[in-house]
Design a binder for this molecule. Sequence first.
Ligand code: AMP
Ligand code: GLY
Length: 426
Amino acid sequence: MYSDDMNVLILGSGGREHALAWKIKQSAFCNQLYVAPGNAGTAEIAINSSLNILDFSRVEDFIREQEINLVVVGPEAPLVNGITDYLNEHVPEAMVIGPTRRGAMLEGSKSFAKEFMNEYDIPTAAYMEVTGDNMAEAEAHLMNAQGPFVLKADGLAGGKGVVILQDAEDALNELKMMLGGKFGEASKKVVIEEFLDGIEFSVFILTDGKYYILLPEAKDYKRIGEGDSGLNTGGMGAISPVPFVDDQMLQKVKDRIILPTLSGLQDRDIDYLGFIFFGLISVQDEPFVIEYNCRLGDPETEVVLPRLKNDILELFEALFENDLYEIGLDEDERSAATVMTVSEGYPGPYKKGIPITFMDRPVSDSIIFHAGTKKEVSGIVTNGGRVLTVTSLDPDRNKAIEKSLDTIKSIDFDGKYYRRDIGFDL
Ligand code: AMP
Ligand code: GLY
């Protein structure tokens, strides 16, 4: 055990990173805590640094200067670009939570992930891969199959790379646009998938590549409008636990998805130290993988970490000491709900720099996690589409949601929007 002198650096700036900072700050082993670049919320509990997290040599310098022992990588882009490989080579004394470039391919390339799942018999939608070279085959497939058609850009597209279309003609046009560079390099290759009709949820593990700890599951609400209508967003809210995910379902997820994924990684000699987020869909009570992510989800983290009672630095350290298997998950039995407030216009164009006021509120145990916020001399202002999210815990899921909705009333900014129906479908 490292005693109480770990200096920790979290990379990222969203609600996920604020929740990670909030959780790490509570650890008995945390000394200095830094977040780069962070937001106004992380500034209240940690030291923000305006590092460019895609400039790995700057991150390396910072690690040396501040004597960082542990780096937690929040978002996918630095992982897919190989930050872990870089830091492991240049500052091996710092422990990095997050997979190497090859492990991050599970998220960084849909075609890699599909081929991986096929090889290891992991349930997922049937698919075909399309590049400029097999357009005729792709066209024949679209014209002969039944919609809806799911088109996915192969690479990272900031959560926008999936398009679902009913009509074959529309799908063909979309496919041409994607291959033509609609999402830049990310869509020079496209995966066409069979549409799965079911209910989505997510499962997260922390793993050393062999053993894993299953974290509380969650369900997020991606659409901007109530009743799950309108455009996809980064996430408008989340709940945990998920009532339809019972022990039987979790057992299927472990046996058919988590274990084969880990043995597949080992089979390919891919070292993996960090989180895996399994985006799943239950089709008639059978789980299928919609996507892998090589990191925690946002806003799922804002309900998962508040339900985790373990000291998180103890878990991280166990990853490096290879004794994760000795540690059990200690989970808060209560339900957690988070409700995200967003800027007017989001997920389309929106303004930034709008002052946020926090009014006194009745005593409540809600937690406010900042996402797109920034501290100015004048006060805290908006700095993104997703602005802040309010998490509450209660034995009764509906009460947790109500508490969050109540607390949201005490936070104001021009154009504030949020969904009042998180959890409506459960
Ligand atoms: P992804 O970025 O892969 O998570 O996809 C974004 C969203 O598209 C998912 O959350 C699902 O709602 C939907 N989606 C993706 N793949 C499928 C599929 N094969 N069948 C049905 N819906 C899907
Ligand atoms: N909430 C979905 C994600 O983080 O990708």
